[in-house]
Write a protein that binds this ligand. Structure first.
Ligand SMILES: [Zn+2]
Length: 158
């Protein structure tokens, strides 16, 4: 498997005249996209804990030595500019929401990394003159017109 992928890389590199840094970055991006493909249930919002004293003089929290209320957990998120608050019926519901919010952060992090790697790729990509409108001749495909022994490997292959 290692040999096979090494051979593929070499072939691609020759066919597309790709530099080592491009190949490396493409691998990184493919790996990140694979990880994005495996994300689970995710949701936006942030979970915060509220605790303390409510201020009512008759409440149990006003008694000396009381640690106050909570902590009470809630999830807040913005929906069309408004903050929506959600509370949890049970510790299990809280844990579920925590996992979902964490998954969203993981997803966001992966997306950021894809953009970063992609920007690096853009920087090392050669400017392909064959894509300029001037050289676009109708009807004749320029691939393989030279020696004919090398097969062009589509860029979407890996
Ligand atoms: Zn109170």
């Amino acid at each position: 498997m290692w040999l096979y992928s090494w051979r593929l890389d070499t072939l691609r590199k020759r066919a597309l005249k790709m530099s080592d840094s491009e190949l490396q970055l493409e691998k990184q991006r493919a790996e990140l996209l694979k990880r994005i493909g495996s994300v689970g249930d995710l949701r936006r919002g942030s979970i915060t804990a509220t605790s303390g004293k409510c201020g009512k003089p008759t409440c149990h929290c006003a008694k000396p030595g009381s640690s106050g209320h909570g902590p009470n957990f809630r999830l807040t998120r913005k929906v069309q500019g408004k903050t929506v608050t959600e509370t949890f019926a049970s510790p299990a519901a809280l844990q579920k929401a925590q996992r979902e919010v964490e998954e969203f952060h993981r997803f966001q992090n992966l997306c950021d990394q894809v953009v970063e790697v992609s920007e690096q790729l853009c920087a090392v990509r050669p400017i392909d003159s064959s894509l300029s409108p001037r050289k676009k001749n109708r009807g004749s495909a320029s691939t393989g017109s030279r020696a004919g022994s090398k097969r062009a490997v589509p860029a979407q292959l890996v």
